[in-house]
Write a protein that binds this ligand. Sequence first.
Ligand code: GLA
Length: 497
Amino acid sequence: MRVIETLFLSSTLVSAATAAGLTGNWLADKSNGDGTLRRTYFHLKEEDLRITGTIRTTQFFYSITDSSGGPEGFTLQAVLPHGDRRVIFEGKLEGERLRINEVRSSGPGPAMVAHRVPEDEGALPAYIAPPGLHPVPDNGLARTPPMGWNSWNKFATRIDDPTVRQVASAIARNGMRDAGYIYINIDDTWEGERDGRGYIQPNRKFPDMKELADYVHSKGLKLGIYSSPGPNTCEGYEGSYGHEEQDARTYAAWGIDYLKYDWCGARNLYHDDQMQAVYQKMGDALLASGRSIVFSLCQYGLAEVWKWGPQVGGNLWRTTGDIRDSWVSISRIGFDQDRLAAYAGPGHWNDPDMLEIGNGHMSDTEYRTHMSLWSMLAAPLIAGNDVRDLPDSIFRILTNREVIAIDQDPAGHQARRVWQSGDQEVWSRELANGDIAVAIFNRGDETATVTFRWADAGLSKPPVRARDLWSYSDLKLSEPTYSGAVPSHGVVMLRVH
Ligand code: GLA
């Protein structure tokens, strides 16, 4: 072994010493601070005043399409295979090192220093053909939309074991658990390297996943985790590619109850029309693991996932790109879900992404609209804020039991838009007990009086009684039309008997 290593090393040194100019495989790495490295590979070929090759960074594998300059100063332009993302790097050779940085619209990114590595390092792993299609049996979970918390929206890469414990303990204590928030989901950046037998290890931020799961379970909660069908996650951490069954068994052994499976690096190996088969692989693996694990598909609503999500064992599937803590983001996503209503139902839900309620960039009125709209949509309610420090107003929005009851209604009918006039919209959904939930939205910049006929909200005769779910009051009604003031970006949400 030692002899082989020595031979390998010396051949690397020879090729490095003889390589001309920029030609070669260059690695720039940066510590993630958790025992893992963020690696960027520049695999370059310098020839006839042109630089060609590939750039691999986090989940992306770019091809260089354009270049100028040479070792003393160069610029590279690279694109993803589908051409949907473009990057520009500039750099120069300094002795045995490459100094290089990305050029962003905001200016030059941080400088990276790359050194030569063996030719095949950082190459994409060999292609594994996806399996033939078959229906994955229903796992019997998520009869109502999953509720819980996820680390990404607030903590992004800064999530670790102590924070997850504090969040779990806060949710168990502050009333959120009792309102239904059960799943505590760790998003990207928990992953470490694989061991010699291919078993995934958590990184330094998560010293013992099984112990963490035991702790979360002891609070009457469940633990979720995150991975990708690709070799890398979005943040460039280890994905499940080629290890699907092994990972599912590991999750089961740790006591994991929920998996968010994010397309990310899979885009480098597969086309969108292969997604179903690729997701099916993990759907099968989770079922075979012997543990009940909710399967959350995250591929940003590509390839009409709502048409095949249930067939791969998916309990929920993202219908859009990433949400942001802004009115533009939540209204653009939320009000665009009407066309998908037919695909939601017990066990399989449209997921317009996690909640931003309480993250600080919207007003309470807007957060109430976010909560109301997601509940009307029978969307998963996955809080994404720092619940360890919860202002009372945010707590009351997240735990309004009567609004949650709409979301969790056992019939699982996703609301439809039934009336619209300019910035004013009415959505309604039928509930299991024959009531109708009606949400009256004002997307405009001024308070507005909204007037619509009950017949347009799907009621054959005008209602007599209704409950106003945000003013916690009972209303007596008698007119064939409803008319009421709705604040800018606000909502009136009614349960009509
Ligand atoms: C994607 C997902 C997000 C989050 C990040 C993590 O962008 O859509 O919800 O999981 O990856 O890297």
